[in-house]
Design a protein around this ligand. Sequence first.
Ligand code: MN
Length: 323
Amino acid sequence: MKSIETYLDGVQKVAIAGHVNPDGDCVGSCMAMYLYLTENYPSLETTVYLQQPRSALNCLEKMDQIRTTCEDTDTCDLLILLDISSVERIGVAGPLYQRAAKTLCLDHHVTNDGRYTWFCNRPEASSACEVIWDYFDEKKVSRACAEALYMGIAHDTGVFQYQSTSPETMRIAAKLMEKGIPFTRILEKSYYQKTYAENQILGRALMESFTLYDGRVIVAAIKSKTMKFYGLNPKDMDGIVAQLRNTEGVEVAIFMYETAWLTYKVSLRSKDWLDVSKVAAAFGGGGHFHAAGCTMEGMHRDVINNLSDELYLQFEPHDRENA
Ligand SMILES: [Mn+2]
């Protein structure tokens, strides 16, 4: 049987780490693991490392315990990596990867390099939270821990909407609800609520978007000077690509923003048949079938042209088969 307990033999110091730019599933899984271990194994010395999550995600217990820096003297017997698709994406706890006696990675990305002592990757699972649920004893999951798991599952499924949502996802969500969690408050605060500036930039992205391939691809780009004008950072633009994807007739939505001169962070979402992780991988990125990302360099129009060429390689054979 899978249980987190089997990995704790002879372990005194546990470090938990998520990926860079932590999203809802990353924060949820790291905090759920932190709460589960501190509540049920108080003799362990457990630390959670994360980059400062955006304020909307700040609705879980004990988030004041998050360490946003890793000291040269920090060590651990076991490093638990959650929602991390590659060693390069370990956030602030990156230096611990070399120092840790053992590493355990629990993940759900199609593209994971698997360089860990123990590794469980379930690409079919909706979220890292769904994966770690299997490692917990249901009776030992507190309400606070359940809140964290629920937040992670809800975020990675677009509130139980995406293809990755399975009957098992819903069964787990039901069990979490039975713990008495305030699920409406969690969704409202962490998922739906936007600041005025976030809504403004969403509006701007939608207004300036354009379509390719007969409306089957939609693209929106935000320059860094626009982000500066609204006083926003990348975390504030999280929902834009999902909103683009909702457009009728669209198979692929692309949202890109400038992170530095001639450098764009690109997010890709697909609705149905197109595997965007393949497109992202062509540019050194990765992710899931329906959600992926990469970083690209060049002029804005060159980046779009390169993406368009890569999408052609997906559309052309598909169209020929279905002609
Ligand atoms: Mn995830």
